[in-house]
Write a protein that binds this ligand. Structure first.
Ligand SMILES: Cc1cc2nc3c(=O)[nH]c(=O)nc-3n(C[C@H](O)[C@H](O)[C@H](O)COP(=O)(O)OP(=O)(O)OC[C@H]3O[C@@H](n4cnc5c(N)ncnc54)[C@H](O)[C@@H]3O)c2cc1C
Length: 419
């Protein structure tokens, strides 16, 4: 039996602990907070989107960074294994839109309780309110960790499961990156991701609170003339206007793909407010509406077409006078209106910060980690699992899947080395 220290009692740390304990290993989990899994508790708006019920091979298309690195560990402990794991622990699950898997109770606390109860049942040594401040090496092998009060705790293996930098109030303050660097590892550039966008135009902020369903967005380099209208990201779904810019599912997914680019340049977004209609169909629809409202002013012509909050902004951007009689609106003006509705424009100036980011992009360089075992290629007995690694995915339960699979891989390697 070996003695493993796990730094961090989040999703990955808890999964690693359970897999080790079930195989008779001795485990101590150090968690700086007063309780385990603070971030897990707030996942999925308190409902915990624990994984995704897609075909296993479809997981990889939802991994943004280093999906090949995750092949072995996900195939060894996939989304269906995760569902079976929670089922066995007595947490019934359900599948929702987009194959998102949640506890049937809609309570993340049920997932958290199942994990913590299992750790306790298996005799895990759980050190709450205890920060690890350092990893101690004996040349190229770990020998233990040092806690915040300066105590040395010896260990045969150390698993770093400290998470990233997002939502630092949950305890993930980037300590793992410091440990990695100290042990000679490279940490790739870090960025908030799955995070809302800041937007330049004031008219977008006027739309605060407006939520749009069934729209499509295209995001391009700011100078579309130079780039030849190259579309960097395109998605259909739901978005939301806020006091700083835009948020909502399609925006968060866009940030996963464009986070690095937005650090150095602005991007241009166009929202198609009526994606189900072609330009010609939309023009015909507007003509029909106009025919019924001949003597009304333009400002009253869009009520059946657009959400109320959007109308004054669209009127202003169209350049058509709000008081103009509808029968006086020219074909050219109508074309401008159609173009605006099919491509409502704004400039994305950057990302919101880590306090609002679901995940951190970047992390411990995967070239220095064995993908089958999550073991450091530089230091014997050292493992990295979960968000601290340079792997990240889109929303839909995929980030937790990365945590579960990588944690399982590390635990199984430690078990194998003992047998
Ligand atoms: C609001 C929000 C909602 C989300 N919803 C979902 C979702 O529904 N589905 C999904 O798949 N993903 C979701 N995610 C992402 C997911 O929560 C993370 O990817 C996942 O929690 C990462 O797990 P982890 O164990 O690597 O890190 P964490 O869960 O962050 O755990 C790291 C732990 O390590 C502890 N720690 C850090 N440093 C030290 C130290 N030096 N000493 C001791 N302890 C330390 C921290 O206190 C923390 O408890 C969400 C994230 C956020 C912020």
């Amino acid at each position: 039996m070996s003695n493993t220290v796990i730094i961090g009692g989040g999703a990955a740390g808890m999964m690693a602990a359970i897999q080790l304990l079930r195989n008779g290993e001795k485990v101590t989990v150090f968690e700086k907070n007063e309780k385990l899994g603070k971030k897990l508790y707030i996942t999925g708006k308190g409902r915990c989107n624990v994984t995704n019920a897609c075909a296993v091979e479809d997981i990889f298309a939802n991994i943004v960074s280093n999906e090949r690195f995750m092949y072995s560990s996900i195939n060894a402990f996939n989304n269906y294994d995760v569902m079976g794991f929670f089922d066995e622990l007595g947490v019934p699950l359900k599948v929702e839109r987009g194959d998102r898997v949640f506890p049937e109770s809609d309570k993340s606390s049920d997932i958290l309780k199942a994990l913590t109860d299992e750790m306790k049942r298996l005799g895990c040594n759980i050190m709450l309110n205890t920060t690890v401040k350092d990893i101690v090496l004996d040349e190229t092998k770990v020998s233990g960790v040092v806690s915040g009060d300066g105590r040395f705790i010896g260990a045969d293996n150390v698993i770093v499961a400290t998470g990233g930098l997002s939502y630092p109030s949950t305890g993930s303050t980037g300590d793992g990156y410091r440990f990695a660097k100290k042990c000679g590892h490279t940490v790739s550039e870090l960025s908030p991701a799955l995070v809302p966008f800041n937007v330049k135009e004031d008219y977008v902020k006027e739309l605060m609170g407006l939520s749009l369903k069934n729209v499509s967005i295209k995001i391009m380099p700011e100078n579309t003339k130079e780039s030849g209208n190259k579309v960097l990201y395109e998605e259909f779904g739901e978005m939301l206007f806020t006091h700083f810019g835009v948020s909502g599912p399609i925006i968060l997914s866009a940030s996963g793909r464009l986070a690095k680019r937005l650090k150095t340049e602005n991007l241009r977004a166009e929202v198609d407010l009526k994606p189900a209609l072609t330009v010609e169909q939309l023009d015909a629809r507007i003509l029909r509406d106009f025919a019924e409202l001949q003597n009304k002013s333009f400002k009253n012509a869009l009520d059946s077409l657009l959400p109320k909050k959007l109308i004054p902004v669209i009127i202003r951007l169209s350049g058509i006078s709000a008081e103009k009689k509808i029968n006086a609106v020219s074909k050219q003006e109508r074309t401008r209106l159609v173009d605006l509705i099919k491509a409502f424009p704004f400039t994305v100036t950057g990302l919101r910060d880590y306090n609002e980011a679901i995940i951190t992009q970047g992390g411990v360089c995967v070239k220095e980690i064995n993908p089958k075992t999550m073991k450091s290629k530089l230091i014997d007995g050292l493992y990295f699992v979960g968000e601290v690694l340079d792997v990240d995915a889109l929303t839909g339960g995929f980030n937790l899947q990365l945590a579960w699979s990588s944690a399982h891989a590390a635990a199984m390697d430690i078990v194998k080395c003992q047998s």
